[in-house]
Design a protein around this ligand. Sequence first.
Ligand code: ADP
Length: 305
Amino acid sequence: MTAPAIDAVGLGKEYGGRAVLRDLTLTVQPGEVFGFLGPNGAGKTTAVKLLLGLARPTSGEARLFGVPSTQPAARRVVGYLPETFRFHDWMTGRQLLDFHADLAGVSHTDRAGRAANALARVGLAERGGERIRGYSKGMTQRLGIAQALVGDPRLVVLDEPTSALDPIGRRDIRDLIRALRGEGVAVFLNSHLLTEIEMVCDRVAVIDQGRVLYTGSLDALIGAGREIEISVAPVDPRLVAIVADLADVIRVEASSIVVRVQSEQSGARLAAAIVAAEYELRAFVPRTRSLEDAFVDLIRRARES
Ligand code: ADP
C-alpha cells in the first residue's frame, strides 16, 4: 500500500507561548482533493507551513508519502503555490518555469518539455515567450500554478489559487484540479471561496482559532445540522414532544414543524416515529444547505460553546 500523500498527527504550533494551531490530525490520499477551510487568522497558513516542513511544529509530526516533512527530501514530490508570491518579472513565463524545473531536479533534457506542458495546462501555451512584467494578474496566477506543476509533483498544495481569476479562469483551474485527481495526484486546497471547495473537494478540514472543528467528508459536513420542514397533522403537544426527543425543534407552526437533525439517519428515525405515533405525515422536506451555511453554523456553534 502506498503511504498517504499527507499524514499529520497531533500537529501544533506556538508562537511566543501562544498556541496558533492545536492538534491537527489529517490524512490526504493520492488522488484526493482535500479542502482546508477557516476564517482569517484561523491558522491555515501556519498549518500549511508545518505540513510542508517550512516551519517546525511545537508538537506532533507530519509525513509526506511516508517521509517526515522536516526532511528536505519530503518536498521533492510536492508542488506549492503560496498565497503571495513574486516572480522575477524580467523573465519570460517559460524561463521562470525552466528555472523552477531546475530547482525541482528535472533533468536538462526534460526541462523544455515540462515547461511547455505546464504552460499548456494552465492555458498559457501561447504566452510563455512574453515577459512576466506584461502579464495580467490572472495570467500571473496561472503561471504560479504552472510553477507548482512543473516538477511533476505527486502532491500539489495550492493556497488561494483562484483569487485573481475571473469565472472562466476559475472554471479552468477547477477542471485542472479534477484532471490532477484523475492522474492520482493529491491536491490540498486552501481557499476562502467556499463554493469552489464545494465543487471540487472530496474531504475537508475546518479550523478556527487554531482548533480543528471538523475533518471528514464534505457531504457529511453539509448534511449534519440540516433543517427539515415537516408538514404534519395535527400539530399538538404530544407530537412536539415526540419530535423534540429526536431533533432540535426550531419552529412550531399551525400545520408544520421545522427541525434540525444531525444526520440522515436521525431524519429517517424522526419520520418513522411520527408515522408510528399515527400522525398524518404530509411532507418531509429537507432544506438544501450550502457549504457556506454549514461552515458558518459550525464556527458559530464552536465559538458559543
Ligand atoms: P490564516 O492563514 O488562517 O489566516 P495564520 O496561520 O496566518 O492564519 O495565522 C494564525 C495566527 O498565528 C494569527 O493569529 C497570526 O497572527 C499568528 N502567526 C502566524 N505566523 C506567526 C509568526 N511567525 N509569529 C507570531 N505569530 C504568528
